[in-house]
Design a binder for this molecule. Structure first.
Ligand code: ATP
Ligand code: LTN
Length: 343
């Protein structure tokens, strides 16, 4: 490929800032993922040179049942497309299809210190909770995540709060490498969203909505049957105040429902609260269920069209080709600077 084309692809053809994020679908995607992450990516694709990938290498830091993992990966891509990510506007790919990730991952593992990896909160939490052996992959996971980011010269990395420390490690590794070998990597910034960043469980609003919840009742999956979605919302835990207020501390359940409705409908929370003065929780739940079901119904009908079409394969192929071209150039540069290639 001639250098001109390379430069064109490298910059996304515009002066747009580059943004990259990965998701690790070890389970089915839920409403928290949608409001907190996915929907924002759909907005970002118009204003940024956006790269979104499925972090399937990160998935296997713990044992995954192969059949279930394959289905989750495929569903995640189909849902990303169904929610509005457009392969003509952004680059969507599977991490393991782009070999430079594992290669730079190893080289950055060799730039990471045992001490800093041992301090990673997620490693400490997961290794304490785990009832099976902890893999070395879980320990070096943040170095691989740094490679995911640094390969593409990403300016911004939108992530949840829990991933901020990992992006900070990517920054440290970029600076360390740049200082040791001369400027090679862009130092990325984490982008932590505020509104809708933490949708809570419907059955226990003190916990975040999560696929690792013990009970299914608190978590709305994007592929749940609509009757089940409605039932989960109608049975959401509330309180005894009997007035609709946005008060996360004293009325976390109602506040969570208000936040879900506001995020999806665009109506400000204050305005919803005003409309519900003198009305009961049942009515509010019914409207929240209507809004959520409408959104999920649209997503599911697109998902059904996509999941058995060739769009997934085409998207991943096109994405992997573009991502491979860009990341290979960066990997070669790193290898040259480190002195590990000969020609
Ligand atoms: P788990 O549900 O098992 O805790 P997770 O869904 O947090 O896992 P990921 O699948 O990696 O883990 O999350 C993908 C994205 O969705 C992240 O950016 C994360 O911050 C966001 N996200 C996850 N849960 C919520 C939630 N309840 N509210 C808002 N955003 C969320
Ligand atoms: N660790 C992240 C997923 C992830 C990621 C990345 C996010 C892997 N590589 C690079 C942003 C950038 C998670 O568990 N959510």
């Amino acid at each position: 490929m001639g250098p001109k084309i390379g430069v064109f692809l490298f910059s996304g053809g515009t002066n747009m800032k580059r943004m990259l994020s990965g998701i690790k679908p070890t389970g089915q995607l839920h409403l928290g993922n949608y409001i907190g992450a996915l929907r924002n990516f759909v907005k970002y694709q118009d204003d940024y040179d956006l790269y979104v990938f499925i972090a399937n290498l990160h998935c296997v830091t713990f044992y995954q049942e192969p059949k279930a993992l394959r289905k989750n990966l495929k569903d995640a891509i189909a849902l990303y497309l169904a929610c509005g990510l457009d392969p003509e506007k952004c680059t969507i790919f599977l991490q393991s299809d782009v070999f430079a990730h594992a290669q730079l991952g190893f080289l950055l593992t060799c730039q990471s210190y045992m001490g800093e990896l041992s301090r990673m909160t997620q490693f400490k939490e997961k290794s304490q909770k785990a009832d099976e052996s902890i893999t070395a992959g879980l320990f070096t996971y943040p170095s691989l995540m740094a490679a995911d980011i640094l390969l593409y010269d990403a300016d911004y990395v939108p992530v949840g709060d829990d991933q901020k420390q990992h992006v900070e490690l990517a920054r440290d590794l970029a600076q360390r490498f740049n200082n040791r070998y001369s400027k090679t990597f862009v130092v990325p910034e984490p982008l932590i969203q505020k509104v809708g960043a933490r949708i809570m469980s419907l059955s226990d609003p003190s916990k975040k909505m999560s696929k690792s919840d013990e009970s299914d009742k608190g978590c709305i999956y994007l592929l749940d049957d609509l009757k089940v979605v409605r039932k989960k919302i109608m049975s959401a835990v509330t309180d005894n105040y009997a007035t609709v207020n946005f008060d996360k501390e004293n009325q976390p359940g109602i506040s969570n429902l208000l936040e879900i409705m506001s995020s999806l409908s665009g109506e400000p929370v204050d305005s919803i609260v005003c409309r519900y003065q003198g009305k009961g929780y049942g009515e509010l739940k019914k409207e929240v269920a209507d809004v959520v079901c409408k959104e999920i119904e649209t997503i599911q009908s697109r998902y059904n069209e996509i999941v058995n079409s060739d769009l997934i394969e085409k998207t991943l192929q096109q994405g992997a080709e573009k991502a491979s071209r860009i990341s290979y150039k960066k990997l070669k540069k790193v290898q040259r600077k480190m002195g590990i290639d000969i020609f």
